[in-house]
Ligand binder design. Structure first.
Ligand code: ATR
Length: 292
């Protein structure tokens, strides 16, 4: 007699279900990354990708929970909806106003944001640049920028300057994080590119959506020098226009692939309580970008 097919997550499939939800989602690298983390740690999980219609995030997530799903990564364009959907928020998700990690358990729906810590770990651990005492310039004041401000402040930089095309949005972020900056003894400033102090920065992070369209955010060339790390939160097979520009000014450059792997590792930790080793996964992922 033929064995009947085992339904996903039936009592005979001991693996816990996770996924990344977004729109679009086909090119997400998260299933690859989490499959590697699962192999490496021996955690019994499966990890899929879910395309949610733009107007049906909550219905899609409810269906996943009803099917026994344990946690989700949330990507564009649903991070703000996920923040509203969560019944409990980590302080960093609350500060970011956005959620990229959901965990479903008996207590309810826990929302976290691992993007900022992913950026900080990539800069400090993988690239070897300490943020403590550093002069940081953050370009952009949208969702991506807001998500990384608190984790960067927690490293106690000397100064954090936020520059945005629409200066009022940079000023809003400065007001929002003023007390966290005070606590970290960091001078937090913001405005338009013309308002900022002309000096070389230790770390310049591009958190604008500019690289997607091949646009260079406005920023004085004197911000970059041989002692600067110019970090683009975007990644692609080729260096972004921001990275190429920074390199011509003598800066060291990095893209956001390491941040992607580090935020995934932190999500894995939120779900499983285990911290995977990111280095081999990042090393394997890099050549896959140019092969794609
Ligand atoms: P995300 O979630 O990716 O941050 P967002 O919240 O829409 O998306 O924010 C996009 C950010 O990129 C903003 O800081 C935006 O500047 P404005 O606030 O002035 O719109 C910035 N941005 C987008 N395209 C840009 C460009 N061509 N040059 C400079 N900044 C740009």
């Amino acid at each position: 007699m033929n064995a009947s097919p085992v339904a996903e997550n039936s009592p005979r499939d001991p693996r816990d279900r996770y996924a990344v939800v977004g729109n679009p989602i086909a090119h997400s690298r998260s299933p690859f990354i989490h499959a590697r983390f699962a192999e490496q740690t021996g955690e019994p999980i499966e990890y899929d990708r879910i395309l949610a219609p733009v107007d049906s995030f909550v219905a899609t997530v409810r269906e996943f929970i009803d099917g026994g799903g344990r946690g989700l990564n949330v990507t564009v364009p649903f991070k703000i909806e996920a923040h509203r959907f969560a019944t409990m928020l980590s302080p960093r998700a609350s500060a970011a106003g956005a959620v990229n990690t959901l965990r479903f358990d008996a207590d309810g729906i826990y929302g976290d944001n691992t993007d900022g810590v992913g950026l900080v770990r990539d800069i400090e651990k993988n690239l070897g640049v300490l943020l403590s005492g550093a002069r940081i310039l953050l370009l952009g004041a949208g969702g991506a920028a807001r998500g990384v401000v608190l984790p960067m402040l927690e490293r106690s930089p000397h100064t954090l300057t936020i520059v945005n095309r629409t200066s009022s949005k940079a000023e809003e972020l400065v007001a929002r994080f003023a007390s966290a900056a005070n606590e970290a003894q960091c001078q937090l400033m913001g405005g338009s590119a013309r308002d900022i102090e002309l000096q070389q920065y230790d770390v310049i992070v591009n958190a604008t959506a500019g690289s997607l369209a091949g646009a260079l955010p406005e920023c004085d060339d004197r911000a970059f020098g041989s002692g600067s790390l110019a970090y683009d939160m975007m990644y692609s097979a080729q260096p972004t226009v921001f990275m190429r520009h920074a390199a011509t000014l003598g800066a060291r450059t990095a893209d956001g692939l390491g941040m992607l792997v580090e935020q995934a590792a932190e999500s894995f930790h939120v779900w499983r309580g285990v911290r995977p080793d990111t280095a081999p996964v990042l090393a394997e992922l890099r050549p896959m970008l140019s092969a794609a």
